[in-house]
Design a protein around this ligand. Structure first.
Ligand code: FAD
Length: 553
């Protein structure tokens, strides 16, 4: 039995966000976006209220799918179809709350092995049906939904039964893993043998290896382990031309990389069934330390110096002043972090260090390895931080961040229930353009808030450092009635931010993929000639546009 998230929002039905134990949050939100979150929230939508069109599934196709995967793994019930219809973008969540279901899949199939996946694809192509691979359904780029005007039958292929680690080559430190494995189950199987993949996106609990590969995902510990693009050493993909198999060699010179073509392909080239991924021994020690910096500019320079130094860190993350203040406002009463900015600490920073506390930035830096290695890296990083006016505040905030990072996504549904939209946009750019891009994007977002007449909030953090640059991750929020009209205002703000990325030397997305959400900026990002190359690739592999049509281009 494959477990899914709640159909109308993030995560498990039994879990939701609460502000009751975070006394500073309600006043913070009231001050900054004018919303009173102490009111009773709107009820979650009722499934019985949905008006769901009957599926269109010609009998010969249904019979072929039953033959391919077995009758008990062919589902046409309404709940399954709704769950597989879309991801978890803000647009998806607003639409579902307003019963705008779009084009649901007609059938959901759950193949149990690669042969079954091949049989599903053959049946689909024979019937000229549309095939949309489904991992965990966590994407926020509109990567799963069928085009509204699709008249052919739509098949959602849920990879959830392909969830095993098949073997680990302990010499090469490579694991063969089935594509439908969810983060926790994958780490559990590797951990039982003393290994880790080291890929921990914030969506880890509900996303899959195949989804990570198909969207070029990045996890919080990418500084050490790399993005999924580096972690994935080989793939098996069921395509219309047969099973594409690449070899898990450390490097190769065999023309343009076919492995790279599969990375980020969002189901447009076929169904990934398996990948060979780099794994690492579970480290002896793992610690995330908190640091304060006097200003964002100081913190950015320190992050760059850490990236170009000999320090080997697992996480580099620093919040701007707004995100720092938001983090403090979400502290639980009596928690480890509540003593962090005690009045004594505040007085010290203000009087002795001469800091303007409104500008202070909170950073997390992660270290892993043997005790000696961790000690040496901490020292190196401590010296760099110190040179830029920063100071270490110990393991308390890091532990808290580590504990709550997978719960944070629940806040979006809570805010929607209260009458506010909150969403993210992220990019990557070089160290030389990071600071101007940041300032430009914040200015554009604030202008967009003005344009749509709302009191908006924007905050940002830097994460995922590379030799040449880093990712900037923006979060914005404002109060608005959660009707379908909310999407119009949302588009104004989101577009202003995305256009800012393109105009200010960033990419349209560092790790959230293209889908339909970001497709209009693709030609700006990779040039019209780049789009022609991709078009030729997709058309060549899938001339009938049966594979997740309309995504990326
Ligand atoms: P799905 O959403 O099911 O599918 C995504 C796309 O991949 C679709 O086009 C689908 O057709 C295709 N696909 C899925 N499986 C296969 C397969 N086996 N073969 C071929 N195509 C396939 N992303 C990050 O990288 N880092 C983060 O930290 C992060 N945090 C997030 C936090 C939240 C709260 C949310 C909502 C999203 C976050 N994301 C993050 C985005 C999302 O989790 C990623 O895009 C993730 O990689 C999607 O994986 P999935 O298994 O859920 O794929």
């Amino acid at each position: 039995m494959v477990e899914h998230m709640k159909w109308w929002g993030w995560g498990r039905e039994s879990v939701s966000f609460s502000h009751g134990d975070k006394p500073e949050l309600a006043p913070f939100i009231r001050t900054h976006i004018g919303l009173d979150i102490t009111r009773p929230p709107a009820q979650a939508p009722a499934f019985a209220d949905l008006d769901v069109a009957e599926p269109t599934l010609p009998e010969p196709l249904r019979a072929a799918l039953v033959e391919a995967v077995g009758a008990e793994h062919v589902h046409t019930d309404t709940l399954d179809r709704v769950i597989h219809a879309y991801g978890k973008s803000l647009r998806d969540l607003v639409r579902i709350r307003n019963q705008d279901l779009g084009r649901l899949p007609d059938v959901v199939v759950y193949p149990g092995d690669e042969d079954a996946v091949r049989a599903v694809l053959t049946a689909a192509l024979d019937a000229d049906a549309v095939v949309i691979p489904f991992g965990g359904g966590t994407n926020i780029s509109g990567s799963l939904e069928a085009p509204r005007d699709e008249i052919r039958p739509v098949i959602s292929v849920d990879l959830g039964r392909l969830d095993r680690v098949l073997d680990v080559d302990t010499d090469a430190r490579l694991a063969r893993v089935q594509a439908g494995a969810l983060g926790p189950h994958l780490e559990e199987q590797l951990g039982a043998q003393g290994w880790t993949l080291g890929h921990f996106p914030d969506s880890f609990s509900h996303s899959t290896l195949g989804g990570w590969i198909a969207t070029r995902s990045s996890g919080m510990q990418s500084d050490k382990y790399g993005d999924i693009a580096e972690i994935t050493r080989a793939v098996r993909v069921v395509t219309p031309a047969g099973v594409l198999v690449t070899r898990p060699v450390p490097s190769q010179s065999t023309g343009p990389s076919v492995r790279e073509m599969v990375l980020g392909s969002e189901g447009r080239l076929g169904i990934i069934t398996e990948a060979t991924v780099q794994v690492h021994r579970v480290p002896e020690e793992r610690v995330i330390l908190g640091y304060f910096f006097p200003t964002w500019d100081d913190a950015l320079v320190a992050m760059r110096e850490i990236a170009e130094s000999e320090a080997q860190v697992t996480v580099t993350r620093v919040s701007d002043a707004n995100e720092t203040r938001f983090s403090f406002a979400t502290r639980k009463k009596g928690s480890l972090a509540s003593g962090l900015v005690s009045s004594g600490m505040k007085q010290y920073l203000r009087r002795v260090r001469k800091w303007d506390l409104e500008q202070m930035c909170l950073s997390f830096i992660g270290f892993e390895g043997s005790a000696g290695h961790v000690r040496a890296q901490r020292k190196l990083v401590g010296e760099i931080v110190g040179r830029h006016g920063g100071l270490c505040v110990g393991t308390g905030p890091g532990q808290l961040y580590d504990q709550k990072k997978f719960d944070t996504p629940y806040i979006r549904d809570f805010l929607l229930g209260q009458g506010a939209v909150a969403d993210v946009s992220e990019t990557a750019t070089s160290w030389s353009t990071l600071a101007p891009l940041y300032r430009g994007v914040v200015a554009r977002a604030n202008k967009a808030f003005e344009e749509i007449g709302v009191k908006g909030w924007i905050m940002c953090h830097l994460s995922h450092s590379y030799h040449s640059g880093a990712c900037l991750y923006f979060t914005f929020a404002y109060a608005t009635p959660i009707t379908l009209d909310a999407i119009v205002g949302y588009d104004t703000v989101k577009s202003a931010i995305q256009q800012g990325f393109i105009d200010l030397a960033g990419t349209l997305s560092h790790h959230h993929a293209v889908g339909v959400e970001h497709a209009s900026w693709l030609a700006d990002d990779i040039s019209p000639a780049g789009v022609s190359l991709l078009t030729a690739l997709f058309d060549g592999v899938d001339p009938g546009r049966n594979l997740n049509p309309g995504k990326i281009i």
